[in-house]
Design a protein around this ligand. Structure first.
Ligand SMILES: Cc1cc2nc3c(=O)[nH]c(=O)nc-3n(C[C@H](O)[C@H](O)[C@H](O)COP(=O)(O)O)c2cc1C
Length: 221
């Protein structure tokens, strides 16, 4: 009788052990299959992030439009810092980075520039502006190319953060350059390329569809 009891206890123990092992292996495989399915969805997510409709960089590039009317909403320094960071992330010839940026928040200066520069009258209603300048001593004759890349980065970053902005040209117009040089007392080697008025949009604005197949040439003209 004693042997019977001993035998059945051992049997139960072995049975329980095998059940436990089974369930742990099932949960393990479920875990691994769920983790592989989750990594599958993560990778499919990252793939879909690269699809045009979910790619935020492309979205900002394709939605960018010039905005010239702004609300009174304040642009924080944090947002300005991001715009400057985007500007300075631009490529530049021989990595010279010949740019300087003047951030204008003083309403009197925005008013004054907007009144003097007929092409940039929207500065009067802007909350802030960034003037992208180039130092010709830091560049081999291509400061304006490097600074254009920086300015475009700022415009795209502005769009991505819900800001309105527009490129208003200073360079290569002598009369406009003179006005800016005078207002900021710029040294001879510093050239203002563009003034970018900034503000939260007071108008919706629609991006233009500019894709034109006739301007595309593959392998030959
Ligand atoms: C080199 C350059 C100079 C420009 N100059 C001015 C300007 O002085 N004043 C202005 O209001 N817009 C200016 N613009 C903005 C253009 O008018 C605008 O980009 C163009 O009409 C296309 O519209 P979109 O920016 O909404 O796509 C300039 C843009 C570039 C690239």
């Amino acid at each position: 009788m004693k042997t019977m009891i001993k035998f059945s206890i051992i049997f139960c123990f072995v049975f329980l052990l095998s059940c436990q092992e089974k369930s742990s292996s099932t949960s393990h495989s479920a875990e691994s299959s769920s983790s592989s399915s989750s990594s599958g969805s993560a990778s499919s997510e990252s793939v879909s992030n690269n699809e045009d409709d979910k790619n935020r960089v492309l979205e900002a590039i394709l939605s960018r439009k010039s905005i010239r009317e702004y609300t009174d909403k304040e642009i924080t320094q944090d947002v300005i810092d991001k715009l400057l960071k985007a500007g300075m992330a631009a490529p530049s010839s021989r990595d010279r980075r010949p740019w300087h940026f003047i951030v204008v928040s003083d309403k009197a200066i925005l008013e004054s520039l907007g009144s003097q520069l007929s092409n940039a009258s929207c500065l009067k209603g802007a909350n802030k502006a960034i003037i992208v300048c180039g130092d010709d001593q830091l560049s081999d004759n291509c400061w304006f190319l490097d600074c254009s890349a920086a300015a475009q980065n700022i415009l795209i970053a502005a769009e991505s953060m819900g800001l309105g902005a527009v490129w208003t040209a200073v360079y290569p117009y002598d009369d406009r350059s003179e006005i800016v040089n005078k207002v900021f007392n710029l040294q001879k080697n510093i050239h203002a390329l563009t003034i970018i008025p900034l503000g939260y949009p007071a108008v919706k604005g629609e991006p233009k569809d500019k894709f034109d197949n006739t301007r595309v040439h593959y392998n030959r003209w």
